[in-house]
Design a protein around this ligand. Sequence first.
Ligand code: CA
Ligand code: CA
Length: 159
Amino acid sequence: MKHMLAGVVCTIVLAGCDTYPDIADDASNRPDPEEASNDTFFGAQLLTESDTATGNLSTDDALDHYKFDINGNFNGPLIVTLTGLAGDADIELYDYNLNLLSWSRTGDTSNEEIRVWHNAAYNSASYDVGLYYVRVYTDNPGLISDYTLEFNFDKGNAE
Ligand SMILES: [Ca+2]
Ligand SMILES: [Ca+2]
């Protein structure tokens, strides 16, 4: 009985842990490059015209991905914010290789903010040295909320 209880507790604890980046299509469990929705990294919406995106999370769509390129030939702070929330949603920042760089997971309707230092020397041979991915998501299945996602890259003294 004690062992069973330990197993249950362990399962509950694990269920609360972060998982690896989910680049797989939920249905097939395999990468799906033709995925049209922004629910996967493959369908990440490119922010080009503006550094701001407005989106919506709902019961049927609790996960959105975005990507942007800061053309980062300069070092400087990159700041990503999520505002305008009606409930608890969170953000994660990934590099061009989909490595999780940082995250912001405050509670309730609090704004989220991620600050990282963009190092232009990091894999500078790559064409996508300034490419980042952002995941906007909620763990609250009942949440319905608009949001504003914004990124800001300060080239500092380089300009
Ligand atoms: Ca979505
Ligand atoms: Ca939150």
